[in-house]
Write a protein that binds this ligand. Structure first.
Ligand code: PLP
Length: 388
């Protein structure tokens, strides 16, 4: 099997499992307990926090461990907007982009449904990018927060985060970015990015599912979303997932240490793969930005086919990938990300996303490109209405 669905999830790395193991077995303490077992769990958690903070270029106290990217996004969007509204009731608008993950979009819609917020959606261009001009047009004096993702999960387009964050700051608005797909591939230094909050998730990086973190700059007020015993300095209650935090820290550090060389290698392979697919399938359309895209994502539409049928044919040939977001898998609706980029609903239904982790090889991608050619050919030959 050639696994080209790493944007959905990745296997846990051996080094990560090894780092987690002691905290799942002998060192199983609760970090809030006042005995040696608890203290050593607290020390492990502090070590993990320090490692994550060092990759994000922030203070340890600015890292909040969460159960993953979805919770980090919820905490950022709801937590910052609600805290700002509590301090100033006139702040009742939030800005998101048209291509956000549902974790951000639905958090904003929750604010709209239950807290009287207006959601301003900033459009993207045909490559999936938000321009500073488009953002400027939706900023209001009442804007409490801007949330724009770093890199898109369906097409891989990378947003100009420093420019967008600077613009929000010039209007006095804090800026959150969902870096779940960017982590491990792109620089994560929060000062250079200029962000006030940033979400990451372990399972896209070789850590287990169910661990993530939110960076929140210390001056930014945050209303908790999960209430309880006041862990994580009151920002996220619940007994901490010590082994998960250690796993996240290990995976993030490993990915970041190898980032520049990995990025260059995988980018070259990705571009060769894109070239081979476009050459082998003349009607194929590359979606997303041609160069400002994640090294790890190649996404296409294959007009005249159905994305789901191409996926089935690819799987029969040993290539596993997806039609876009894993969250939307099984849904017949065209991807809102693709339609926001101006792609028709009909063409959007033919989307296929290939996403790789750093272990991808040239041979894998050459075989995958040949499989794509054969799969699209066989789906087309079946004619409309017939599924293989
Ligand atoms: N944000 C983006 C861009 C994602 O791709 C994902 C996962 O697919 C998430 C958020 C949610 O992360 P998690 O699966 O850790 O909840």
């Amino acid at each position: 099997m050639i696994f080209l669905d790493a944007a959905a999830t990745t296997p846990v790395r051996r080094e990560v499992l090894d780092a987690m193991w002691p905290h799942l077995t002998g060192g199983f303490g609760n970090p809030s307990s006042h005995h040696t077992l608890g203290e050593s769990a607290a020390a492990a958690l502090a070590g993990a926090r320090s490692a994550v903070a060092s990759v994000l270029g922030c203070r340890q106290g600015e890292v909040v461990f969460t159960s993953g990217g979805t919770e980090a996004d919820n905490l950022a969007v709801k937590g910052i907007a609600l805290a700002r509204q509590a301090a100033n009731p006139q702040l009742d608008r939030v800005v998101i982009s048209a291509v956000e993950h549902p974790a951000v979009e639905e958090s904003a819609r929750y604010l709209e449904r239950f807290h009287g917020f207006t959601v301003d959606v900033v459009p993207v261009d045909a490559t999936g990018r938000v321009t500073p001009e488009a953002l400027a047009a939706v900023l209001h004096p009442e804007t409490a927060l801007v949330s724009i993702m770093y890199a898109n999960n369906e097409v891989g387009t990378v947003q100009p985060i420093p420019a967008l964050a600077e613009l929000a700051h010039a209007r006095g608005v804090p800026f959150h970015t969902d870096a779940v797909q960017a982590a491990g591939w792109l620089p994560l230094d929060t000062s250079s990015l200029g962000v006030d909050a940033m979400s990451i998730s372990g399972h896209k990086l070789g850590a287990p599912k169910g661990c993530g973190a939110l960076f929140v700059r210390s001056r930014v007020r945050l209303e908790p979303v999960i209430h309880g015993g006041g862990q994580e300095r009151g920002r996220r209650s619940g007994t901490e997932n010590v082994a998960g935090a250690v796993g996240l820290a290990t995976a993030l550090t490993l990915a970041q240490d190898r980032q520049p060389e990995q990025q260059a290698r995988v980018e070259t392979l990705r571009d060769r793969f894109i070239g081979a697919v476009l050459a082998g399938v003349p009607q194929a359309i590359l979606t997303g930005h041609p160069s400002e895209r994640l090294p790890s994502v190649a996404s296409f539409c294959f007009p005249g086919t159905s994305g789901e049928s191409v996926l089935l044919e690819l799987e029969r040939r040993g290539v596993v990938c997806s039609s876009g977001s894993a969250c939307a898998a099984g849904s017949d609706a065209p991807s809102p990300v693709l339609t926001a980029m101006g792609i028709s609903a009909e063409v959007a239904q033919t989307a296929v996303r290939f996403s790789f982790d750093a272990s991808v090889t040239e041979e894998d991608l050459a075989a995958a490109a040949a499989a794509v050619r054969a799969a699209v050919g066989s789906v087309k030959n079946l004619g409309a209405g017939q599924r293989p």
